[in-house]
Design a binder for this molecule. Structure first.
Ligand code: ADP
Length: 367
């Protein structure tokens, strides 16, 4: 049963409205002034309030504001004896659902209340669905993390032990198969980790700790970390930067993730013996990080899609390269959170350059 509150200083209005609404099977309470009304509203958990605009003491507009603060989903209908455009506009601005000019008849009252309560029902249903969706998402993250990632990481560890020869010699044919399995598990783990990162970034949990950042030292750290991956493919990986100040505001952890993804791609989608060059340039208002590779390049038609979630170019050249298609969408999200823009230039067969424009820190400070 819906709870309705009537806040009006005129006893006759309170009584007549109550009479009509009780007959409709609503639970009705009344208050003769704004202050009492607000207290009752919380007490009875009102779904809908009829509020007189002109009352002594706390006026109708004030009451509307306070109701909105208590619960923006409570439907408020303004009763007014002076239905001017101005008062209507003002009430609507304060969140009133509709208004009822005096004098009104029982049918008008019944109609407007019924419609208001229908809206309230829909709003509550939508909120419940949002809540349910969030709960499922939260549980799903926990499920993915604990039920999938943890055992997969364990399995990977066992394979390392077997392939490392710790449990005895492994025959060549067995080794080949086990290495393939290990590779698949790596891909699965990467997918899970990327997906979890993406979810955290979307939920705003990831990019949190903004501070002045020395972009060159972040890049050097990332490059040192990726160097072994480059060496495996005999790729020259270098940085060219003369900027040694705190030049941008950023979150170190996510910036590292962004550059790791971009530089790893430069290696992954490169030929053996190729190169990846990272340049840091300073412009008047921006720091531009350029990541160029001599790799396979990207077809012009594919360029608009490379930042989409799960997009991967399908070609003979990429078929054997592992990936999730989430790396660049993570890059895009992190760039957005740093108010940075990204540009890509690429030529098929020649290579690609990714440009990240990060807004420069206004006041410089030396690390
Ligand atoms: P993943 O690397 O996991 O496949 P990304 O989201 O990082 O996913 O990249 C999406 C796609 O864009 C890649 O699959 C690849 O086809 C293309 N791509 C990204 N970076 C490069 C690059 N440096 N050179 C060539 N192709 C690239």
């Amino acid at each position: 049963m819906a709870n309705i509150l009537i806040i009006d200083d005129e006893e006759a209005v309170r009584d007549s409205c109550s009479h009509v609404l009780i007959k409709e099977n609503y639970s009705v309470e009344t208050a003769g002034d704004g202050e009492t009304g607000l207290n009752k509203l919380k007490e009875i958990k009102a779904d809908l309030a009829l509020v007189d605009l002109k009352m002594p003491g706390l006026g109708g507009i004030e009451v509307l504001k306070k109701i909105r603060d208590i619960d923006p989903d409570i439907i408020t209908i303004v009763i007014t004896g002076f239905a001017t455009i101005d008062s209507a506009v003002e009430s609507m601005k304060e969140g009133a659902y509709d208004f009822l000019p005096k004098p009104f008849n029982p049918d008008e009252l019944r109609f407007i209340v019924r419609r208001g309560l229908e809206k309230r029902k829909l709003a509550l249903e939508a909120a419940a669905l949002r809540e349910e969706k969030k709960r499922i998402e939260d549980n799903f993250i926990t499920l993915v993390t604990h039920e999938l990632r943890t055992p997969l990481a364990d399995i990977q560890q066992y394979f390392e032990v077997i392939l490392g020869g710790i449990t005895g010699e492994v025959a060549i044919r067995q080794r080949k198969i086990l290495e393939k399995v290990r590779e698949r598990i790596d891909t699965l783990l990467k997918l899970i980790n990327d997906w979890l990162d993406m979810t955290r970034i979307k939920a705003g949990e990831f990019v949190g700790n903004f501070e002045p950042v020395n972009i060159s030292s972040i890049l050097t750290e990332v490059i040192n970390y990726i160097q072994p991956q480059a060496e495996l493919k005999k790729i020259t990986l270098k940085i060219d930067s003369s900027i040694n100040l705190n030049k941008i505001m950023g979150d170190k952890k996510s910036l590292k993730m962004m550059f790791t993804n971009l530089i790893s791609n430069g290696i992954k989608f490169n030929h053996e013996g190729g190169s990846v060059l990272v340049k840091v340039k300073e412009h008047e208002n921006d720091i531009i990080v350029e990541i160029s590779d001599t790799g396979i390049g990207i077809l012009k038609e594919d360029l608009p899609f490379i930042f989409d979630e799960f997009f991967r170019v399908k070609s003979d050249k990429t078929r054997h390269i592992n990936g999730t298609g989430l790396g660049l969408s993570i890059v895009k999200k992190i760039a957005e959170m740093h108010s940075a823009s990204i540009k890509v230039e690429s030529e098929l067969g020649k290579g690609s350059t990714f440009y990240i424009n990060l807004p420069k820190l206004k006041k410089e400070s030396i690390l």
